[in-house]
Ligand binder design. Structure first.
Ligand SMILES: *[C@@H]1O[C@H](CO)[C@@H](O)[C@H](O)[C@H]1NC(C)=O
Ligand SMILES: *[C@@H]1O[C@H](CO)[C@@H](O)[C@H](O)[C@H]1NC(C)=O
Length: 147
């Protein structure tokens, strides 16, 4: 009885430590505009951009900026489920992150919350923006190192 109570308190303490370190991590998070001054647009090499802007860290915010559509749909942001669908620009199991309107103004913010690969791509035009327009990249956010 006493033992289980003790370990429960220990667990609570560890949780407190985790929460505290998470708050530190969050306070150091960066905001990064995808594509820089180019924003999220057709024909820009986002693979190259992602390489040059790596590493990303957990809780960093990616900002996708693109104009709202006038006549035709402009751009959007999808998450592809795995490397295969990313390579092939296959959106069948993709999930929408931001629609055509959400990139206007200050842009759409996406927080890299987990230590996993995020495969981003534009799904417009049956994936042509992804396959021909280079509108895809992936980011793997790392736990931010402490100094
Ligand atoms: C985009 O950049 C990557 C990485 O620098 C490079 O390997 C690739 O050839 C570039 N793609 C095009 C179409 O220029
Ligand atoms: C977009 O719509 C406007 C007004 O309806 C029209 O004048 C213009 O030609 C359209 N542009 C395209 C690219 O379809």
């Amino acid at each position: 009885m006493a033992f289980s109570q003790g370990s429960a308190q220990g667990g609570g303490f560890i949780l407190l430590l985790l929460t505290a370190s998470l708050l530190v991590l969050m306070s150091e998070a960066e905001t990064i505009v995808v594509g820089g001054s180019k924003g999220w647009s057709f024909g820009f090499n986002y693979t190259d951009w992602a390489i040059k802007n790596s590493p990303f860290y957990i809780n960093d915010k990616l900002v996708f900026k693109y104009a709202a559509p006038r006549n035709t749909s402009s751009y959007n942001v999808y998450l592809l489920p795995n490397l295969w669908s990313y390579i092939n620009c296959d959106f069948r199991k993709a999930s929408i992150v931001a629609d055509a309107k959400q990139g206007s103004g200050k842009g759409f913010e996406f927080v890299l919350k987990q230590w996993r690969p995020y495969y981003f791509a534009c799904a417009v035009n049956n994936g042509v923006h992804c396959s021909q327009g280079q509108m895809k990249f992936f980011a793997i956010p790392w736990p931010r190192p402490h100094y």
